[in-house]
Design a protein around this ligand. Structure first.
Ligand SMILES: [Zn+2]
Length: 242
């Protein structure tokens, strides 16, 4: 199952890569002209949208039972695609760069200890770790939830800076986008047409412009925290209180 997921995602990534590479390579291939042809050369001086995107690399961890993933590859792809549909207009893109199968024992995350145990699989390796599991609760009232953004707030040096997102098998396709919103600094919204509403409304939900701008700041901060961008990219920007 995971190979299929990996292959599908790889194919998507390759397609996107080819699409991003094509215009500039065509522009370069036509070299030798002295006078610029603005229409033909547009591709070389207008960077492709993808190149400007704030890209968030994701490591996807699949919980397994009896050797098989508890979530389907099709579901996980739908979560990622739905998130990208919502994030695209803010120039943010999630990109699955690695798919890993978890050992048995991580299908259900229903206690703070199991949350802490998951953190062991979420090293600070420059990617955002996403766990696709079967069941999850909110850790306090034993209420079933469908997704989670977890951040370590304790003093243990080995866990400092660790965070991850969890999405469960029965989650709708918007849950992953919701958790990415938390990851990028958003709080809950009370508007039922908003992705950040925890009200379990329908699927026709979106982020607002304000949330989009806040997420762009969050994505820049994350890139710096994860060592994917120099600190200068957020210098001079107003930091919103969290
Ligand atoms: Zn939430």
């Amino acid at each position: 199952m995971h190979r299929l997921v990996a292959r599908g995602l790889l194919a998507l990534a390759l397609l996107a890569g080819v699409a991003a590479w094509l215009p500039s390579s065509l522009a370069h291939a036509s070299g030798g002209r002295k006078v610029p042809d603005l229409r033909r050369d547009a591709g070389s001086w207008m960077p492709a949208r993808r190149a400007q995107a704030l890209r968030i690399p994701i490591t996807l961890h699949l919980a397994t039972q009896d050797g098989a993933s508890v979530t389907s590859g099709r579901d996980v792809q739908a979560w990622v695609q739905r998130a990208n549909v919502a994030l695209a207009r803010f120039g943010i893109e999630v990109d699955v760069v690695a798919v890993r199968r978890m050992p048995a024992g991580f299908t259900s995350v229903t206690h703070w200890r199991s949350r802490r145990a998951l953190a062991g699989y979420a090293p600070n390796d420059g990617t955002v770790h996403m766990f696709a599991i079967e069941t999850l609760d909110d850790g306090r009232r034993n209420r079933r939830v469908r997704g989670l953004h977890w951040r370590y707030r304790g003093l243990a040096r080995g866990l400092r800076g660790r965070q991850y997102v969890v999405v469960t098998r029965e989650a709708p396709s918007t849950t992953f986008a919701h958790e990415i919103g938390h990851l990028l600094g958003l709080r809950h919204s009370t508007r039922t047409d908003n992705i950040m509403c925890s009200c379990r409304s329908g699927l026709d939900v979106d982020f607002t412009e304000t949330q989009g701008m806040a997420m762009r700041d969050g994505a820049r901060r994350l890139a710096v925290q994860q060592g994917r961008a120099p600190a200068g990219v957020i210098a001079g920007r107003r930091h919103r209180p969290r």
